[in-house]
Design a protein around this ligand. Structure first.
Ligand code: ATP
Ligand code: MG
Length: 388
């Protein structure tokens, strides 16, 4: 059917009481950004329950980018008609539009939001259905219709639609807080960053680089990954922490099976320091239970011991195959699998401990004064800003 309006719904957000206005305005800005190429073909009407896009030229307009806007739950392509006072007139319009749809069965579902409209929903449904039955071969099916024609009768007009498209849901980026995401360049961490963004978290990234063991290709890779994630967050700060000295030291003094555990404890410590400096209240990463030795619950417990900051692990209970599927969906997979040496893979011991002991970690760590090294690393971070 024809459309001249897009009704945008934000579902879950509507439960958020007093923050609601901020959320809606933020969502409106993100929608605007996603439709930059079509600015001249639409205007936006932001209301407390929905956002309406009035499309002036549907042939040049493309709504596909709306499917990627965090916080947008669904949208409908609607025909808005105004100055309709007679039911007959409305029935004629609906008949004309339903003829353009494919299917054998239909249902009419009217909602009278403007109670001053002189007919109740039931009357409207019956009148339109009767008109359609008389003038087409369509049959009514109230349970599972091929064509569901919905009508919303509002003060400013009647919105008729048959098509509702799902968005990614969640909250608009940056509306629920901030998180410092540990970004490695592998498959998992960009997906973790995406899930946080989708949840409305503003993500800042931290990467531990170990040149010359890891080459500069890693940084390019991270920039490419983040430019994909720009679709969900317009501007992403990436902090690169020089990690070589610390890592060499760890390998010098660790007992067999312990370097990975100690290395991850140091990563958490560094992440916490940077997070505090940036006033970010949480750390995030791509850890998933059971995926590798450092990701057993026992291991996480020992690693986590170094910080009180919440560690958000959105992939914690996900299967690798599901993570890969998401990675492909957000267009990161091909970048993530580009070969590069990860600091973890270079130094990985033959047999990492799956159940490391906290006592052992403390003994190893007491063998060197790591605080100054951590401070030095934080002082020498490099910032890259990745923008849409
Ligand atoms: P990924 O696919 O994200 O690299 P992984 O399965 O390889 O994850 P690990 O290497 O154990 O798992 O890393 C677990 C998490 O720790 C990563 O998802 C990432 O959040 C973080 N991480 C690992 N290496 C680095 C690094 N060099 N810089 C920043 N974060 C890192
Ligand atoms: Mg990795």
């Amino acid at each position: 059917m024809d459309y001249n309006t897009i009704i945008v719904r934000f579902g879950e957000m509507s439960t958020k009481g007093k923050n609601r206005k901020d959320f809606i305005n933020k969502l409106a800005r993100v929608i605007k950004k996603s439709l930059t190429n079509y600015e001249e073909y639409y205007s936006m009407d932001v209301r407390h329950d929905h956002i309406y896009l009035n499309i002036t030229d549907t042939s040049n307009f493309n709504y596909n980018s709306l499917k990627e806007v965090a916080g947008l739950h669904s949208f409908s392509l609607a025909l808005k008609v105004t100055d309709i006072y007679e039911l007959d007139e409305l029935c004629d319009i609906c008949l004309e539009q339903i003829k353009k749809e494919e299917g054998k069965t239909f249902k009419i579902a009217a909602r009278r939001i403007d109670k001053s409209f002189p007919y109740i929903s039931d009357e409207i449904n019956r009148a339109i259905a009767t008109k359609v039955l008389k003038n087409t071969d369509l049959k009514v099916d109230v349970h599972n219709p091929d064509i569901l024609m919905s009508l919303e009768i509002r003060v400013d007009g009647i919105y008729i639609f048959t098509q509702t498209i799902n968005g990614i849901g969640g909250y608009p980026s940056g509306s629920t807080g901030r998180c410092l995401m540990m970004l490695s360049g592998g498959i998992d961490s960009p997906v973790a960053a995406y899930l946080m963004m989708k949840r409305g978290i503003e993500v800042t990234c931290i990467h531990f680089a170990s040149p010359p063991y890891t080459n500069s290709g890693v940084i390019l890779k991270l920039e490419d990954l983040l430019s994909k994630l720009n679709l969900y967050q317009e501007k992403i700060n990436l902090y690169i922490v020089p990690f070589t000295k610390i890592q060499e030291k760890i390998y010098e003094i660790s007992f067999e099976g312990y370097p990975i555990t100690i290395m991850r404890r140091m990563m958490y410590r560094l992440a916490e320091k940077l997070a505090n400096k940036l006033h970010i209240p949480a750390i995030g990463n791509g850890e998933s239970i059971g995926q590798v030795a450092s990701q057993t619950v026992e291991s996480l417990n020992v690693i986590n011991e170094v910080t009180n900051m919440p560690i958000l692990r959105p992939l914690c209970a996900m299967d690798k195959l599901d993570i890969i599927e998401l990675s492909k969906k957000i267009d990161c997979y091909d970048i993530s699998i580009r070969p590069f040496e990860d600091c973890c893979t270079i130094f990985a011991p033959v047999k990492p401990k799956t159940k490391p002991k906290l006592k052992e970690c403390k003994i190893i760590e007491s063998k060197f004064d790591f605080e100054p090294l951590l401070e030095e690393a934080i002082e020498n971070v490099e910032l890259k800003v990745i923008k849409l």
